[in-house]
Ligand binder design. Structure first.
Ligand SMILES: [Fe+2]
Length: 293
């Protein structure tokens, strides 16, 4: 059995066959997947029945696990999954769907806005890896946008305008746009804005891409309404159908993506049905721009 990768979208996304990610990988397999990520930005694997331990073991072939603290409002004692696993289900610790109006549930709905994982951290995430354990009967697709192709398609004037712009990203902005505006003092400190370049250069390919996310709520040195209009325009541009891949989940699908050059969102689904999706996240190498001290 050897790895094969087939491109399944005109501008990005490879579908991988010939590998069992529940088992330790050979050096050649790690290299093939690494090269596939550089080439396609997103890799889709099917029929990967894995445990959390196997998912974490596979993940660390490609980097270091990100410290998940500060990325949600779930209290440590309410966590359903062990440290190292990001819970992106709609389930509580008891394994049942969260109450419709629970604060955690409402906060999690922010995943339905276009974003790049951890863009609210000073050093944002490299890859995210998502395992579908229990899938919804209707809805719940994940959509991915190729931010490199979106950047390439901008006109020269816009490229010049945005080249050196720096945005401020915060979970309070993405959630605030959904009407969630009440935070404890501790959360306000945890979610304080960080700076990210609007155009970033990929460390491996050297190609530029837009770095957008619904967490971005301001641009340094620009009046806020002007900044938000620009960010909306760019997001509309970047999420046109020709740049978007729609993943329709099947149980035990496994998708890994490069957050440095893609954005994603989950589509609405019936929250009364359990959906069990488990993510591992790889830490990025460096900030995209110097932070404010
Ligand atoms: Fe996400």
């Amino acid at each position: 059995m050897s790895i094969a990768i087939r491109q399944i979208h005109p501008v990005f996304v490879g579908e991988v066959s010939g590998v069992d990610i529940s088992k330790p990988l050979s050096r050649d397999e790690v290299t093939a997947i690494d090269e596939g990520m550089v080439r396609y930005a997103i890799l889709v694997f099917h029929d990967q029945k894995i445990t959390d331990e196997q998912q974490m073991a596979f993940t660390v072939n490609f980097g270091t696990l990100e410290d998940a603290r500060g990325g949600n409002i779930t209290r440590p004692e309410d966590r359903r999954l062990q440290v190292g696993m990001n819970d992106v289900s709609n389930l509580g610790k008891d394994g049942r769907p969260l109450e419709r109006d629970s604060r955690v549930q409402l906060f999690n709905l922010g995943n339905m806005l276009w974003h790049s994982d951890s863009s609210f951290r000073p050093i944002p995430a490299k890859y995210s890896l998502l395992s579908a354990r229990l899938v919804n009967p209707i809805g719940g697709n994940t959509e991915y946008a190729d931010m490199r192709a979106a950047y390439d398609a901008l006109d020269a004037q816009t490229k010049t305008l945005i080249e050196d712009l720096v945005c401020e990203h915060s979970l309070m902005h993405s959630r605030g746009s959904l009407g969630l505006v009440d935070y404890t003092e501790e959360e306000k400190v945890m979610f304080r804005p960080v700076r990210q370049r609007l155009v970033r250069t990929h460390p491996v390919t050297g190609r530029k891409s837009l770095y957008l996310s619904s967490h971005a709520g301001a641009i340094v040195g620009m009046p806020t309404p002007e900044a938000r209009i620009l960010l909306r325009d760019l997001t509309e541009h970047a999420t046109q159908p020709q740049f978007v891949y729609v993943h329709r989940w099947r149980p035990w699908d496994f998708v890994m993506w490069d957050n440095r050059r893609t954005m994603h969102r989950v589509r609405r689904y019936d929250q009364s049905h359990p959906r069990d999706m488990r993510r591992t996240t790889l830490a990025g190498d460096a900030p995209t721009v110097a932070q404010q001290v």
